[in-house]
Design a protein around this ligand. Structure first.
Ligand code: FAD
Length: 380
């Protein structure tokens, strides 16, 4: 068994890490203050291929498999989490359904623009009355001639305020439960009857914008049905399962950055006449962070490899996401503690990570839902 990532992936990780730490990080305060990612950073991310990570090369993307994509996500996770959140909502859940299920015509129509970041993507299943209980969504898509007419509301949809394309899950047969849902490719900026609500005011992850998406007699051409009719729920679960591996990788990167910052601080900060790194209480916190990183990394790498091997990862993707995101919360807490008062100050990145990381235990399935998936699979 070889645990080394291939050299080209390690090179790509180094490039992305350098971009996140030396190009994005100096603009972090600006992103925090304006809740907006500067357009030149988006252009630079596009030049590095970040928007086309999962788009096959024939459509202009980088065409990475899951292992490669997650390796990039780990490197990206070391930097601003709002910036990483915007990219991953696009490259992961926003794009992967189209890549996997799209017809040739749909792929030709959208993928080249998604690969360059000219068109930003998102994924919409959550509604005000159905979050964890995604089987109970109400957004209705009624077939009328050559189109489906959509009515209802999605909320908390990442990238919605900037998205040119959303994969939307809607009810096509209200009597058939989860066997009566379908996935649609919706262009919110050009489809009459689709409206983006107020941008959510969030605790963290600034620059990664989310909002309500309101559908009022919105006509979506039948040519925009993604995958077979009435299979949308199953396909949505597949999209979310793959997304969870990416979240585990991003969490691992964030933990690595927090450990690096904590180690640097522990060596430099002196109290009682010596560096605080010499106190065993501080050493133990650093050691616990390292254990969290190593276990989380092994898990995402294994699950990403399983996906690329075509194995069923429903249970293991939840194991990886649950473990890495819970560990990240503990690591972020320890990083604040190691830094003392400075950990609570906005001019040290730990404070930002502490707020930003909290979301990862909630979206793409809360920790409780991950445990339900694992337990149900265990119990058959
Ligand atoms: C910033 C942000 C961005 C998001 N981006 C997207 C996006 O791009 N696309 C999208 O579709 N959605 C998105 N979401 C929605 C997200 O996936 C949901 O918020 C999440 O699934 C939880 O749903 P909920 O908020 O309705 O919480 P609820 O489902 O109401 O859960 C509340 C609590 O109850 C617990 N709970 C619920 N059911 C059970 C159960 N059966 N057993 C045990 N505990 C349970 C939960 O674990 C949680 O602790 C985003 C959310 C946020 C906050």
């Amino acid at each position: 068994m070889d645990f080394n990532l291939p050299e080209d992936l390690r090179d790509m990780q180094a490039t992305i890490r350098n971009f996140m730490l030396n190009v994005v990080e100096p603009r972090a305060h600006e992103i925090e203050d304006t809740n907006r990612i500067p357009p030149e950073l988006i252009r630079q991310a596009a030049d590095l291929g970040l928007f086309g990570l999962s788009v096959p090369e024939e459509y202009g993307g980088v065409g990475l498999g899951t292992l490669g994509r997650c390796a990039v996500y780990e490197a990206m996770g070391q930097g601003h989490m709002g910036f990483g959140g915007m990219i991953s909502a696009h490259a992961s859940i926003g794009t992967s359904g189209l890549v996997r299920l799209g017809t040739e015509e749909q792929k030709r129509r959208f993928l080249p623009r998604l690969a360059t970041g000219e068109c930003i993507a998102g994924f919409a299943i959550t509604e005000p009355s159905s979050g964890s209980d995604a089987a109970n969504i109400r957004l209705r898509a009624e077939k009328r001639g050559d189109a489906y007419v959509l009515n209802g509301t999605k909320h908390y949809i990442s990238n919605a305020p900037v998205a040119g394309l959303l994969t939307v899950i809607a009810v096509t047969d209200p009597l058939a439960g989860t066997r009566g849902m379908s996935a649609f490719l919706v262009e919110p900026q050009t489809t009459a009857g689709v409206r983006i609500g107020k941008i959510d005011e969030k605790m963290g992850q600034k620059g990664s914008l989310s909002a309500e998406v309101i559908f009022e007699d919105a006509e979506v051409p039948a040519a925009n049905l993604l995958g077979p009719e009435h299979r949308g729920y199953r396909e949505a679960l597949g999209i979310l399962t793959n997304g969870r591996v990416g979240i585990a990788a991003r969490s691992t990167g964030a933990m690595q950055r927090l450990l690096d910052l904590s180690t640097e601080h522990a060596k430099a900060r002196e109290q009682f006449g010596k560096p605080i790194a010499e106190f065993q209480a501080v050493q133990f916190m650093l050691a616990e962070m390292e254990v969290a990183i190593q276990t989380s990394r092994l898990l995402w790498q294994k699950v990403a490899w399983m996906v690329d091997e075509g194995q069923d990862v429903r249970r293991m993707a939840s194991v990886a996401k649950y473990h890495a995101t819970e560990m990240l919360s503990e690591v972020a807490d320890k990083a604040v503690q190691v830094a003392g008062g400075m950990g609570y100050m906005k001019d040290w990145p730990v404070e930002r990570f502490y707020r930003d990381q909290r979301l990862l235990r909630i979206y793409e399935g809360t920790s409780e839902i991950q445990k339900l998936i694992i337990a149900r699979d265990l119990l058959g």
